[in-house]
Ligand binder design. Sequence first.
Ligand code: NAD
Length: 478
Amino acid sequence: MTRITVAKGDGIGPEIMDATLAILKAAGAEIEIDEIEVGEKVYLAGNTSGIAKESWDVIRKNKVFLKAPITTPQGGGYKSLNVTTRKFLGLYSNVRPCMSLHPFVSTKHPVMDVVIVRENEEDLYAGIEHQQTDEVIQCLKLISRPGCEKIVRYAFEYAKQYGRKKVTCFTKDNIMKQTDGLFHQVFDEIAVEYPEIENEHWIIDIGAAKLADTPEAFDVIVMPNLYGDVLSDIAAQIAGSVGLAGSANIGETCAMFEAIHGSAPRRAGQNMANPSGLLQGAIMMLNHIGQTAVAEKVQNAWLKTIESGIHTYDIYKEGVSTQKVGTKEFAEAVISHLGQVPTQLKPVQYAKGKALQLPKYQRKAPAAKTLEGVDLFVHWSGTDANALAAKVKKLDGNGVALSMITNRGIKVWPDGFEETFCTDHWRCRFKPTAGSTITKSHIVKLLESSEALEIDVVKTENLYAFNGKSAYSLGQGQ
Ligand code: NAD
């Protein structure tokens, strides 16, 4: 018996949760339920995160959370419960299977069966943003080795567990050589440990185009947070399954399962909504807790129901569907098909009785880190880079000197182009002169002198080498 936390949510949430739980119970799922309240009522009671403190205790105790969609009230100040839950519980992996159900659900891609594995905690979604000058705002893109290793390993273990043949990695490492470069490098390192699974890397732009055009070329795809956010919606949409897809958010200790759609308030209380998305989330949950035989039974009964043309209004189609049913009746139809397997759609077979287990992340030994220079970011409203260089060069001395100025990453000094458009945000790079080294005290000195010379330094970035390898980008054109 596994104790799980359930939240029935808002709008159509309670109906689709009741339908889902009825199916799980009839299939013999060994679960006990603690119910908590999240969403609209909690928000409106003055809790800006949509969840009460005591509910966190229940979620953390049970570690497995099945959540129906919630309504985020209109107006500012309400924090997304999903984002909060993912971040607090360290749910680093978002898994979204996108499968077409041709010819029973309309899709342009009849043979699509893709699983998007999206990193869920870092990348630009760390939410660290600063305005630094009149014209320029920065958002920090943070990619960590533990973050990459955990998500990439999850993708390969998922492929192994579900008998998938290939894992593809999408990044933009031709441009972001350090951050996306690390993701790609970790992918290559870990892929070697899974010789039985094919692996490949695509640059995200052409990869995304290929996914939209020929999704049958892909199996499991792993990617950083932002790309995964965009592509998981595209993949669900082109599979024709936005209303039918579930998703899992997996962490080292806790996990949350849900439908990908929202609370559809206009459909609430009418016994109309399709419970399939939440049911798909629940099936992922059963697999997660090792009740794989029940998961398999439910999934095959669901496929059989879809295949027999018993459809809720959202997928009902004259000529394809045989019966238009409500939420409850759909659940009853799935229950009546328990024990059967589909004949036209492909039946599923899950690894018996074994939950996916991941090793804990092992921290690597620290590398030898040496300071090689410093970038001073300067707010300056002029346009002539040579004039700025003349001003900033006054900071030279003590064995460090200005070596380059860039504007939005493009080298503008020395030897810049007049045609390059410049903003008021300049990166001035200081490196040791021949035979010298740089220390943190040099940086303190540079800042002190900047103040004296009225150079407006808005931030500094230290330039490091790790194990002798310089680990910062050069200027474009350098
Ligand atoms: P939505 O997904 O609720 O609805 C979009 C459309 O799909 C509507 O026409 C709706 O009727 C239909 N639909 C959705 N689920 C359906 C189902 N199971 N069966 C039949 N039809 C279904 O998106 P929205 O209208 O943009 O958002 C409504 C509310 O849901 C908002 O408050 C939003 O913040 C919230 N939301 C919550 C979650 C979540 O809790 N995970 C996710 C997305 C949106």
